[in-house]
Design a protein around this ligand. Structure first.
Ligand code: SF4
Length: 193
């Protein structure tokens, strides 16, 4: 089995419910969407066998993988998740919610970008919903979304630069709708990957 890998790096999770936790990011190449605010270069990839990926990530003293992209659900299968689980890794995923997920993932972050009403059919329950928000965007309707205990609004940055009006807008939305909470891209604020 092979994966088309854009990059692998070791850092701290910068956003969401696992903020601050050491994690090995495995960015898989390609995405099925083309969001206007996307700041990730995920097009290029190299083919790596699962054994090659395991060898590379085993150099770090960390047992948490974050599958990210692009859209990692385009490539991940139950056999791949099982392979890394049997090697002792916990696995998180950051998905746009347009594909069913293989079973066995330990922490699901879903960040829907379109067709919100279809996401729940594909992924009924997630660990967090995280929405990129810029000033003027409507608040998503949680009744049609997957169930979760964490509803997060993430103000859109200008690359690594915070946009205060987007933050202020998110804060106002949250004060009026307190089921939601703020998720900042802290890795950008402190200059890490
Ligand atoms: S779904 Fe995510 S990775 Fe894909 S284009 Fe949109 S922001 Fe970028």
């Amino acid at each position: 089995m092979n994966l088309n890998v854009n990059e692998i790096f070791y850092s701290l999770q910068g956003e969401g419910g696992r903020t601050g936790q050491a994690s090995i990011f495995i960015r898989l190449a390609k995405c099925n969407l083309a969001c206007s605010f996307c700041d990730t270069d995920f097009e290029r990839g190299v083919k790596m066998s699962l054994e090659e990926v395991l060898k590379e990530i085993s150099q770090y003293g960390c047992k948490w993988i974050i599958w990210t992209g692009g859209e990692p659900a385009l490539q991940l299968t139950e056999a791949i998740i099982t392979f890394f689980k049997e090697a002792g890794f916990k696995q998180a995923i950051e998905t746009n919610g347009t594909r069913k997920l293989p079973t066995g993932i330990d922490y699901i972050t879903c960040s829907p970008k379109q067709n919100f009403e279809k996401v729940k059919e594909l992924i009924p329950r997630v660990d967090e919903l995280r929405f990129p928000i810029q000033k003027g965007d409507p608040l998503p309707n949680i009744d049609i979304l997957p169930k979760t205990t964490r509803y997060l609004l993430s103000p859109i940055f200008d690359n690594d630069r915070i946009i205060p009006e987007n933050v202020e807008y998110c804060i106002a939305l949250i004060k009026d709708n307190p089921v939601w909470a703020l998720s900042l891209q802290t890795h950008k604020l402190i200059g890490i990957r």
